[in-house]
Design a protein around this ligand. Sequence first.
Ligand code: TYC
Length: 103
Amino acid sequence: VPEDDGASVVLERVPQKVKPPQMHQVVLLNDDYTPMEFVVVVIQEFFSKDRETATQIMLKIHLEGKGVCGVYTHDVAATKVDQVLDAARQAGHPLQCVSEPVD
Ligand code: TYC
């Protein structure tokens, strides 16, 4: 039996079935007690927004009841929710935050 010298090796193209991950939006909810300034700082710190953008998002939440602060993969979104809820608890504010799949 002759050894395979590579002369007859065929490389086949395999379809790359990689789909983008399901994304999740992190939403802050309005309440009557959490100070506006606290919400602005939270949005700046955990969602990497500048002060102007954070203020706009906070006001939208205040006026409309809720607002999207960012869109992330499932794990990152869950971490953001935990970080916000921890910070709110530590400060004694009732601020609520949820993550929901988008699309
Ligand atoms: N409604 C709050 C107030 O009047 C401010 C606020 C904004 C609270 C956004 C929560 O996610 C929130 N102090």
